[in-house]
Design a protein around this ligand. Structure first.
Ligand SMILES: Cc1cc2nc3c(=O)[nH]c(=O)nc-3n(C[C@H](O)[C@H](O)[C@H](O)COP(=O)(O)OP(=O)(O)OC[C@H]3O[C@@H](n4cnc5c(N)ncnc54)[C@H](O)[C@@H]3O)c2cc1C
Length: 361
């Protein structure tokens, strides 16, 4: 009997757990994750805006595992010994594996900004998300740090909630060091800038250097007041791999080959935000990538456990992304193309509900 341990209830692991339901082979499956609930980040914006209830945005990992015949352990993995094939958790448990896979996501914080950690609202690991949104709803002055999709989408969703509840005068600021949605090209960037300004979001171009008291300081000598500040300026590596002997990239993400295996330990796998593909180091860290890696991970874990074939993951060049901009309207991008419409939001709503529904049955 081989033991395969899945660490983290991320997107790729959801696929594997669902698949083990139909697995007849001699494998013991274990999932270790800090909360029985996996909150789906595609629906963070809709929950912030008040469109979805908490229950609609989450997957019950304990129930999913029960149905699949997979053991569920509600713990956080603190360290890995890949030579002894051991994992240690925050509850002092030690688990031994034949194969282990990490899909533990990333962090939304930044050590580069002095003083940020004392004030930042951490929404990752994602079970921390609901408590932080309550704080954003109550905040009269909120600053989002970051000009990418997550930051601007959350700012627009919070604004829509505030307007709906009659708190339209609560200020929402986005500080961004590069143009908004820079990766989607200048046409989409300008369009999003126009939308944000028309909705009453304060935009400040600059890099946040320091957070002190209830103020943050930018490299453009601006000082901005806040009640709540949240860093969404791109994912950061989880601390777990930095304290292990597993090879990582310079940022501390687990380094994997195209088979999603650690480049030094073939019985250690990694997917989603927490892993960097050696051959595609700039592949975006988003839910789309983590979802697409799920079926490959499943084939490779079961293949490796059976001493059989494993297959490479082939990244996509372009992918469809839809951001919610409030009032059930969506901002759709594909490469450098973008459009804004109500049906784009309906499509996003359908995709997101279908994803969560698949693991809720
Ligand atoms: C506000 C916001 C909105 C976003 N919207 C979108 C979107 O619309 N579309 C999109 O594609 N991407 C979106 N993203 C990015 C997306 O959230 C991530 O890329 C995606 O969640 C990564 O998935 P994952 O499977 O790697 O990990 P996650 O979904 O983050 O799951 C990681 C899991 O691991 C668990 N875990 C963490 N640490 C440990 C540990 N030490 N031991 C055990 N378990 C652990 C966590 O509790 C969690 O269950 C958004 C991000 C943010 C911040």
């Amino acid at each position: 009997m081989k033991t395969i341990i899945l660490v983290g209830g991320g997107h790729s692991h959801l696929h594997c757990i669902k698949k083990c339901q139909h697995q007849e082979e001699n494998v013991k499956w274990v999932l270790i994750s800090p909360s029985r609930y996996q909150y789906y980040s595609g629906m963070f914006s809709g929950y912030t805006e008040g469109i979805y209830s908490l229950e609609e945005t989450r997957i019950d990992l304990k129930n999913l595992c029960k149905d699949a015949g997979c053991d569920f352990i509600e713990s956080t993995v603190l360290s890995i010994d890949p030579d002894q094939q051991h994992l240690l958790t925050d509850k002092g448990e030690i688990f031994t594996y034949d194969f282990v896979s990490f899909d533990i996501g990333s962090r939304n914080d930044s050590m580069e900004i002095k003083g940020l950690q004392e004030h930042n609202l951490p929404i990752k690991p994602n079970y921390r998300f609901p408590e932080q949104i309550g704080k954003l709803h109550n905040s009269r002055k909120t600053v989002f740090i970051g000009g990418g999709a997550a930051s601007i989408e959350m700012a627009l969703s919070l604004k829509a909630w505030k307007v709906d509840k009659g708190y339209g005068d609560h200020s929402i600021t986005v500080v961004h060091s590069s143009p908004l949605l820079e990766k989607a090209g200048s046409f989409s960037s300008k369009k999003m800038t126009g939308i944000a300004l028309s909705k009453g979001i304060d935009l400040h171009q600059g890099r946040v250097m320091k957070v002190e008291g209830a103020q943050l300081y930018t490299d453009k000598s601006e000082i901005l007041d806040f009640e709540e500040v949240i860093f969404l300026g791109g994912p950061k590596a989880p601390p777990l791999f930095g304290s292990s002997v597993l090879p990582t990239d310079e940022q501390g993400y687990l380094l994997v080959n195209s088979y999603l295996q650690s480049v030094e330990y073939p019985n250690v796998f990694g997917t989603g935000d927490c892993a960097t593909l050696q051959d595609f180091p700039h592949l975006p860290k988003n839910g789309v990538t983590a979802v697409r890696q799920g079926p490959v991970l499943w084939r490779n874990l079961t293949g490796a456990a059976a001493g059989g074939k494993i297959v490479p993951f082939e990244p996509q060049k372009r992918y469809l992304a839809i951001l919610s901009i409030g009032d059930k309207r969506g901002f759709l991008t594909y490469g450098s193309f973008s459009l804004v419409s109500g049906w784009a939001w309906l499509l996003k709503n359908w995709i997101d509900r279908r994803f969560v529904g698949k693991y809720g049955e």
